[in-house]
Design a protein around this ligand. Structure first.
Ligand SMILES: *[C@@H]1O[C@H](CO)[C@@H](O)[C@H](O)[C@H]1NC(C)=O
Ligand SMILES: *[C@@H]1O[C@H](CO)[C@@H](O)[C@H](O)[C@H]1NC(C)=O
Ligand SMILES: *[C@@H]1O[C@H](CO)[C@@H](O)[C@H](O)[C@H]1NC(C)=O
Length: 358
């Protein structure tokens, strides 16, 4: 075990050096030549396989994966070479490096139909709070102990369920002082307005928790990364009063995120290999409202004049910055729906129904 860990560490280190050399030591014109050197790529692929414990059943499959790996490596190098500052997002040969963008999209991305509600339906809107002058310069709910561990959804598109449990976990901690892991699996199994491991959206899942009168803990109702049968006798450990929807302004988001974590959707198409830094939406169209992932904003901050949201994802801790995405904010003028549509539809639970808001 120890030996294995040492090897893994060594391999990770070696890959890091290798990539660093590829991306920075070589002038751009040599980069392509070097990365297309089959022998070098094969060696790198073998190291990557060891690091990720990835084996393939047939030689044919291995060859196919090597080709995909090669093409991904080229893309990663090209994108990293375009970085203008160390703050900008970077890509790496992560655990998704043997998946083609099409395969990745099929497994992890869902075409999300924005369910922007109208005033007449039962989802409540909160008016924009324009008073942002007194807000803290930065907020990080992780530091307040209001965010549970980053989960790995695995081969199940349950991102929407983890976004919802994350938002309720945060609210529950803020209101009661207790941080409790809640059951995303219960939402996958029981919220029939969503599609389980085939995807879903936060509106329905919050609605399910409201109507059910609560949600169970993850300990009682563990995650299995596949569709299961709804356990009707599950506990109702944490309940919520209602779901509120944010208007898309920066102010409304800042105000709300300063009070609690907020569920959002965004287009994550460009994030397969995201390894850290502030993502500027390089893959997205500025006026697009298209989204493919539901996640959770757990804070905001700025670094060297660059404002960003802190976003908790459910692709494991070995994706992004320990499972988190940093994405540019305060760009509503150029991006009417936020970078990659992250401000197009934000939602958050409240504990009780406020009659004055109906
Ligand atoms: C916030 O500002 C907008 C215009 O930017 C205005 O229409 C709205 O009434 C304001 N809301 C509040 C609560 O002051
Ligand atoms: C939540 O679950 C994780 C394991 O996924 C565990 O390490 C952690 O202690 C739990 N947190 C709480 C607050 O129970
Ligand atoms: C999971 O259930 C949803 C419907 O709730 C269905 O659309 C989907 O195909 C199921 N997935 C699997 C892998 O059975």
């Amino acid at each position: 075990m120890m030996m294995f860990q040492m090897t893994k560490l060594f391999v990770s280190f070696f890959i890091l050096i290798f990539i660093t050399c590829l991306s920075f030591a070589l002038p751009n014109d040599q980069l392509n030549k070097f990365s297309s050197s089959d022998e070098q790529v094969l060696q790198l692929f073998k190291l990557w396989q060891i690091e990720h414990g990835r084996e393939y059943g047939t030689t044919k499959e291995k060859e196919k994966r090597l080709e995909i790996f090669k093409s991904n490596l080229k893309y990663i190098n090209e994108m990293n070479a375009k970085r203008k500052s160390p703050l900008q997002h970077r890509l790496s040969l992560n655990k998704f490096a043997d998946m083609s963008p099409e395969e990745f999209s099929k497994t992890y991305l869902q075409e999300i139909e924005m369910q922007i509600s109208s005033k007449s339906d039962d989802r409540k809107h909160e008016d924009n709070d324009n008073d942002t002058e007194n807000l803290p310069a930065s907020v990080d709910w992780r530091e307040e102990g209001a965010v549970t561990d980053v989960r790995d959804q695995g081969d199940c598109q349950s991102h929407w369920a983890f976004s919802v449990t994350g938002a309720i976990e945060g609210l529950n901690k803020i209101v009661t002082g207790n941080l409790i892991n809640l059951s995303a699996q219960e939402l996958v199994d029981c919220d029939h307005a969503s599609n389980g491991c085939a995807g879903g959206y936060y509106f329905n899942a919050f609605g399910w928790v409201i109507n059910n009168g609560g949600i169970d803990t993850e300990a009682n109702y563990p995650y299995i990364a596949k569709n299961g049968t709804c356990k009707v006798n599950a506990n109702k450990v944490v309940s919520i009063g209602n779901l509120y929807v944010l208007d898309g302004t920066e102010e409304a988001f800042l105000d709300r995120v300063s009070k609690q974590p907020v569920s959002v959707s965004l287009d994550a198409t460009g994030l397969q290999f995201y390894a850290g830094g502030v993502y500027g939406g390089e893959y997205c169209t500025k006026d697009s409202r298209f989204a493919t992932l539901v996640a959770l904003i757990v804070g905001y901050d700025s670094v060297d004049g660059e404002d960003y949201w802190i976003v908790k994802n459910s692709w494991g801790k070995d994706w992004g910055e320990k499972g988190y995405l940093y994405i540019k904010r305060n760009v509503i003028k150029e991006w009417p729906y936020g970078v990659c549509a992250i401000n197009a539809a934000g939602g958050y639970p409240i504990t009780t129904v406020l009659s004055s808001s109906i």
